[in-house]
Design a protein around this ligand. Structure first.
Ligand SMILES: *[C@@H]1O[C@H](CO)[C@@H](O)[C@H](O)[C@H]1NC(C)=O
Ligand SMILES: *[C@@H]1O[C@H](CO)[C@@H](O)[C@H](O)[C@H]1NC(C)=O
Ligand SMILES: *[C@@H]1O[C@H](CO)[C@@H](O)[C@H](O)[C@H]1NC(C)=O
Ligand SMILES: *[C@@H]1O[C@H](CO)[C@@H](O)[C@H](O)[C@H]1NC(C)=O
Ligand SMILES: *[C@@H]1O[C@H](CO)[C@@H](O)[C@H](O)[C@H]1NC(C)=O
Ligand SMILES: *[C@@H]1O[C@H](CO)[C@@H](O)[C@H](O)[C@H]1NC(C)=O
Ligand SMILES: *[C@@H]1O[C@H](CO)[C@@H](O)[C@H](O)[C@H]1NC(C)=O
Ligand SMILES: *[C@@H]1O[C@H](CO)[C@@H](O)[C@H](O)[C@H]1NC(C)=O
Ligand SMILES: *[C@@H]1O[C@H](CO)[C@@H](O)[C@H](O)[C@H]1NC(C)=O
Ligand SMILES: *[C@@H]1O[C@H](CO)[C@@H](O)[C@H](O)[C@H]1NC(C)=O
Ligand SMILES: *[C@@H]1O[C@H](CO)[C@@H](O)[C@H](O)[C@H]1NC(C)=O
Ligand SMILES: *[C@@H]1O[C@H](CO)[C@@H](O)[C@H](O)[C@H]1NC(C)=O
Length: 648
């Protein structure tokens, strides 16, 4: 199997100051013959001791040991004990403590049951614990050195013929739509507070501002788009009844019909974006063969307002809206970190969690097959593999979809056996599919939500990069993510930055699709690709957006969806018309971003779609990390790049 070289010495990094063992370490306490309350008090007492440890890292891993001992004997008491500890020691409010550690139920989006599952299998003092205490416990441990993993025995050696990409046909192309991050807010309410302070996301019935508002809203007489409008089932817009929002003088800034920069998408905006794509495609005679959707459906609403039912409802609404608008154009979707319940979780089947979260896999398989996007066998695969699948499009491209929660830092289950490269079996699936495609010279697109370098775990990011390197440039013709809400890209270099970021070392690149949700501070947007029919290489990407702030005072009319820019012309790179926008092209753009303020400004203008929050890159300290972002494909590479930036 896999050769995992585990760098033991590095694991103790940051935890090498050994204090006298606390009392509970003399022997793990046994909880036989104690009442539940006695056990909880005993555990809280032990956990209290860990906070006294001057070495925060050891204190944190000690708390995991105590938790593991409890989880192995009484997993049912983990939520109670940890919630109480969190509350009595003031580590969070009652609400945030119970959201983190409380028992998960269908009406309570708490993760305590997942924490308990994790504790039963985690290695508290090894890499698992260090990693957890770094990423989940706010850097209590320094980032542990990433173990070196070599998975090259999972594939045959690369043949000479696979060291170059196939040459595109000249000018024989089709189109693909790319949508990402809808984040539908089902409780979006016209007239609700868009200037909220008690929750991160505004415009829902729960939004409020701590400072009481009195008198006239500053928007009165200026904003007028307060209609409860809809798109009918025949896809026509109809302006609904006007809402007299200013009658409520408690509101600082009332939410308008199509959304606000502080808020997730009302369904009206979701429909408008899809509708605009279909209209545009018709008017411009696009040959749209399929659509990719790179995930995130559920809103950034506070977890306490989310239930299993609203999670399912959000997913059902989004896929229905896509189906209604896109008709016979198939959609190849992935799920995002928000598209589960509770947030961020999926559980590895091989460690005994085969029945967790199956509601989601079954719902997705049913919907995607029902809408004709996957056939029976593909849907069966999605049902059993965290919603991941591989599908062959009509023109012969293979699209492989992965569930990025397998590498997500907020997924508790990802900290179990975290030195293993492939606990979810997704990488083996990906590799097997790539081997099959390579053997018949079939090209492949990979679709997932979270870019591993941005929110992924370091080891899994390295594993993914190794796979991409092995199957580039001949087999992998495109990699697509979402998640950041921004319109971005990433260039990948050989050895993931172990080698220098030169043109000779360029391997592949990822396209990060921008969000429809305006949250936070972005204009709603989508893109479409011009794709070569023979090689499925991307010849260009065109971006469309709506100026959200011009919908505030347009008397409730539909947003105008405008042409924003083309990836081929945006950066003034001299590039042959016959060449695809491949990694070499994006290397040139990355270099421009590194060396020129003008290019950095262009990148930022487009990242947020010319929104009012676009930073001014001419100011010092602005936009300085952009080069690290666009030139890193793994977590370690990004961290190293950031650490090397000049300090201001
Ligand atoms: C638990 O209580 C039972 C009955 O009182 C006793 O037989 C047993 O030895 C106790 N076990 C432990 C581990 O104390
Ligand atoms: C744990 O610490 C908190 C706060 O310091 C204290 O209120 C509580 O009584 C302690 N509990 C136990 C069981 O030691
Ligand atoms: C928090 O929970 C404790 C008990 O766990 C309770 O005594 C206290 O009233 C709660 N505080 C708030 C603000 O709800
Ligand atoms: C995963 O972790 C568990 C618990 O620590 C251990 O028993 C098991 O052998 C590990 N599995 C692998 C494949 O490492
Ligand atoms: C590609 O074909 C289109 C129409 O088929 C034509 O308008 C365009 O000029 C061609 N582009 C090139 C570079 O030949
Ligand atoms: C909307 O708010 C109501 C009332 O708090 C809540 O019951 C419901 O779950 C919320 N729905 C969504 C989708 O957030
Ligand atoms: C969005 O479109 C769907 C499908 O056509 C429709 O059922 C739904 O009512 C629409 N909602 C809004 C707010 O436009
Ligand atoms: C679309 O449906 C609405 C409401 O059902 C109706 O008023 C309108 O006439 C229809 N438009 C077209 C073009 O069919
Ligand atoms: C938003 O609310 C804050 C108080 O929390 C207030 O100072 C500010 O003026 C408000 N902004 C607008 C545009 O009303
Ligand atoms: C589904 O499509 C795949 C190609 O993507 C094909 O190999 C498979 O046979 C199809 N299954 C069914 C049940 O049609
Ligand atoms: C990208 O395309 C150019 C021109 O066709 C080619 O020279 C270069 O090798 C390609 N880069 C990669 C990484 O395949
Ligand atoms: C590209 O060229 C145009 C026209 O000269 C210029 O306005 C723009 O700033 C340039 N953009 C970049 C990124 O160099």
């Amino acid at each position: 199997m896999n050769k995992v070289t585990y760098l033991l010495t590095n694991l103790l990094l940051g935890c090498n100051i050994v204090f006298a063992l606390p009392f509970w370490k003399r022997a793990d306490p046994s909880y036989v013959n104690q009442s539940d309350e006695e056990i909880i008090q005993s555990v809280v007492g032990q956990l209290n001791e860990t906070l006294k440890n001057k070495n925060k890292c050891t204190g944190c891993t000690d708390s995991l040991e105590i938790g593991k001992n409890l989880a192995l004997q009484r997993p049912d008491l983990v939520p109670n004990a940890f919630t109480e500890w969190c509350v009595v020691t003031g580590q969070g409010s009652n609400g945030s403590c119970s959201l983190t550690y409380g028992k998960s139920t269908v009406t309570d989006s708490s993760t305590g049951s997942d924490v308990a599952d994790m504790l039963t299998l985690i290695n508290p003092t090894g890499y698992d614990g260090q990693l957890y205490c770094h990423y989940v416990q706010n850097g209590k441990c320094p980032k542990p050195q990433t173990p070196v993993v070599d998975i090259s025995d999972m594939w045959p050696p690369k043949a000479e013929e696979h060291t170059v990409a196939p040459v595109p046909s000249f000018n024989d192309t089709f189109n693909v739509l790319h949508f990402s991050d809808f984040h539908i807010e089902l409780n979006y309410t016209v007239g609700a507070e868009a200037n909220c302070t008690t929750t991160t996301m505004c415009c829902s019935i729960h939004s409020s501002n701590r400072v009481k508002h009195t008198g006239k809203s500053s928007k009165e007489g200026k904003w007028d788009s307060f209609y409860e409008s809809t798109y009918n089932d025949n896809l026509t817009f109809s302006k609904g009844p006007y809402v007299d929002v200013f009658a409520n003088t408690d509101i600082w800034v009332p939410a308008t019909s199509f959304g606000n920069y502080q808020c997730d998408s009302p369904e009206l905006l979701v429909n408008s974006s899809l509708n605009s794509a279909i209209k545009y495609a018709k008017q411009n005679n696009l040959d749209v063969q399929f659509t990719i959707f790179t995930g995130d459906i559920i809103a950034h609403d506070e977890s306490k307002y989310l239930t299993l039912e609203t999670a399912m409802e959000s997913e059902e609404f989004i896929f229905r809206d896509m189906k209604t608008n896109l008709g016979n154009i198939p959609v190849y979707p992935v799920l995002g970190n928000h598209d589960t319940y509770p947030y961020g979780e999926i559980a590895p089947e091989q460690y005994g969690f085969a029945n967790k979260f199956t509601w989601n896999e079954n719902l997705m398989a049913d919907l995607w097959q029902g809408y004709g996007w996957l056939n029976f066998s593909e849907a069966e695969y999605a049902r059993k593999h965290y919603t991941g699948y591989a599908v062959e499009t009509e023109l012969g491209l293979k699209v492989i979809s992965l569930n990025s929660n397998a590498w997500l830092r907020q997924n508790y289950y990802a900290f179990i056996n975290s030195t293993e490269p492939d606990n979810f079996g997704q990488f083996k699936f990906l590799i097997d599919e790539l081997i099959q495609s390579e053997a018949i010279n079939q090209r492949v697109w990979i679709v997932a939500h979270v870019p591993p370098a941005t929110g992924g775990l370091p080891l899994q990011a390295n594993v993914f990069a190794q796979i991409v390197e092995r199957f580039s440039p001949s087999t992998i013709a495109g990699i697509f993510f979402g998640h950041t809400h921004l319109d971005q890209f990433e260039v990948m270099y050989a050895g993931s930055g172990g080698n220098s970021k030169t043109i000779e070392n360029v391997i592949n690149n990822a396209w990060i699709g921008q969000s429809v949700t305006p949250f936070v501070g972005n204009n709603p947007s989508w893109k479409y690709y011009v794709v070569d029919k023979k090689t499925f290489s991307i010849m260009d990407a065109h971006n469309m957006y709506a100026k959200l702030d011009s919908t505030y005072s347009n008397n409730g009319e539909e947003p105008k969806w405008l042409y924003e820019y083309s990836a081929r012309s945006a950066y003034n790179i001299t590039w042959p018309l016959t060449s695809p926008l491949n990694a070499t092209y994006w290397h040139h753009v990355a270099q421009a971003i590194n060396y020129s303020v003008v290019a950095r400004q262009t990148y930022n203008n487009y990242a947020g779609r010319l929104s009012p929050s676009t930073p001014n890159c001419a100011k010092s300290n602005s936009c300085t990390s952009d080069y690290c972002f666009v030139s890193s494909f793994t977590v370690d590479e990004y961290d190293d790049c950031m650490a090397a930036l000049p300090k201001h």
